[in-house]
Design a protein around this ligand. Structure first.
Ligand code: SF4
Ligand code: SF4
Length: 437
């Protein structure tokens, strides 16, 4: 019997208690300092209980369970819905300081009907028997002007004919102007970014030329919700705007957005993807990001009405009363995510789409995939990354983002580590606080 290598054991934030989580067996407990000390010293008194929960394990039996759960994971993922991105152009009307595409060098042209038809043909041939939906991405897919609107309209009609839902990732500036088209189509959700309430947002996400964008985006969000179209509001956060989350939360609450079933939110940490950002002293590390959000929510609970952070597995455990299944792979690229662009090229995901040298093949003028490269992506999970194989956090972390790992090390099969222990410690404190006191 040994102390399972899949135990995640650490202190709960702002408490003397500890937690233990084992995603392989699906067990979790809060331990008082006395019990925690038994674990630290290795002198267990609850041996039977710990064995039944898998905290104390026999290596051979544990390996067998690991293999079974791995096969379950692969099976489940094979049946998961695929998200297929399409970039109609990389042009954008905004000048966001942190745009990771701003240094991409893609020649501008508009997609012809032939290209769009080929895209839908390819999707039908290659993913015909899979559950799937399309996401329009950019650049900015909802640009002002009839020539853009006609293309988006044609694209959405093709999606309707193919019985496919479409999500749209937009800066939201022209959302209201596209509403006449969107309200008649199968729109699953619209992701819009607001980086704060008013001025902070305008400073970070102005139009090219510097004009403000906040009010027009808010008008678009209002109209989408009024038309029963789900808005997924994203906030990109760094040191510059993290404290503005309080005001933005209050704004969304006053607007009535947070009460609508057509409104959801996500917080994205501003991070360095491909290029050094000029103001990168603004970036928060992952742990700084989680800790500041935690502190802010404690001080201003209204933020939780706007957004409830996952804190790794904590929120899931709180809401479902059980742990999620083990996560052998957190990167969906080439598995449940693909990205296509108007030049006819195919990429693994949104992090690589349009980036020179990252294309994995083409769907137009001819269909071709580099199977060696695709396999490389496909095989990446915690069982193929050396660092992850022995890491106790692997089944909560899943190895992180392949594109970030590649940019850091030059190898896809390298880790993109997340501060899982700290994150769960914050989450258990936040969601299970009452049980602790
Ligand atoms: S490489 Fe990163 S951005 Fe791309 S699918 Fe994987 S996790 Fe997502
Ligand atoms: S990416 Fe890092 S933290 Fe995550 S499982 Fe691998 S080694 Fe562990």
């Amino acid at each position: 019997m040994y102390f399972s290598k899949h135990n995640i054991f650490s202190k709960i934030k702002d408490s003397d208690s500890y937690y233990i989580v084992n995603l392989l067996t699906g067990n979790a407990d809060i331990l008082d300092p006395h019990k925690a000390n038994e674990i630290i010293s290795g002198n267990f008194t609850d041996v039977e209980e710990y064995q039944s929960k898998g905290y104390l394990a026999d290596e051979k039996t544990e390996k067998k369970l690991y293999n079974e759960k791995y096969l379950d994971f692969i099976d489940t993922r094979d049946n998961d819905e695929i998200q297929i991105f399409f970039v109609p152009w990389y042009s954008c009307n905004f000048n966001c300081g942190y745009c990771y595409q701003s240094e991409y060098d893609n020649k501008f042209s508009l997609p012809t009907k032939e290209v769009i038809d080929s895209f839908f043909q390819y999707v039908n041939t290659e993913f015909g028997n899979k559950k799937k939906y399309i996401t329009l991405f950019g650049g900015e897919p909802l640009l002002q002007g009839n020539k853009y609107k006609e293309i988006v309209k044609y694209f959405l009609e093709k999606a309707d004919t193919a019985d496919l839902d479409v999500a749209i990732v937009t800066n939201g500036y022209s959302l209201a102007e596209y509403m006449d088209i969107l309200r008649t189509k199968r729109i699953r959700e619209i992701q819009v970014t607001l980086d704060g309430a008013g001025e902070i947002h305008n400073q970070r996400r102005p139009l090219k030329g510097g004009d403000p964008t906040f009010h027009k985006i808010v008008e678009g969000i209002d109209q989408a919700i009024a038309n029963n179209i789900t808005v997924n509001l994203r906030v990109v956060i760094d040191k510059e705007n993290i404290y503005g989350l309080v005001e933005l939360s209050r704004f969304a609450i006053e607007k009535g957005w947070t009460k609508s079933s057509y409104f959801k939110t996500q917080l994205g940490r501003n991070y360095e993807l491909h290029y050094c950002q000029s103001g990168n002293s603004k970036l928060l590390s992952r742990i700084e990001f989680y800790e500041t959000i935690y502190k802010l929510i404690k001080q201003y609970p209204e933020i939780a009405e706007f957004h409830k952070p996952a804190f790794s597995v904590s929120k899931f455990l709180f809401e479902n009363g059980e742990l999620p299944s083990p996560l052998f792979d957190s990167c969906p690229g080439t598995k449940t995510e693909w990205a296509f662009d108007y030049t006819g090229r195919i990429y693994s995901c949104t992090a690589t789409v349009g980036k020179s040298g990252s294309s994995l093949g083409t769907f137009y003028p001819e269909a071709y995939l580099n199977s060696g490269q695709v396999n490389d992506w496909d095989e990446r999970d915690v069982t193929t990354i050396n660092e992850c194989k022995t890491c106790s956090l692997q089944l909560a972390c899943g190895g992180g983002c392949a594109a970030v790992a590649f940019n850091k090390t030059g190898s896809l099969h390298s880790p993109d580590c997340h501060p899982i222990k700290e994150s769960i410690g914050l989450g258990i404190s936040m969601y299970f606080n009452k049980e602790l006191v």
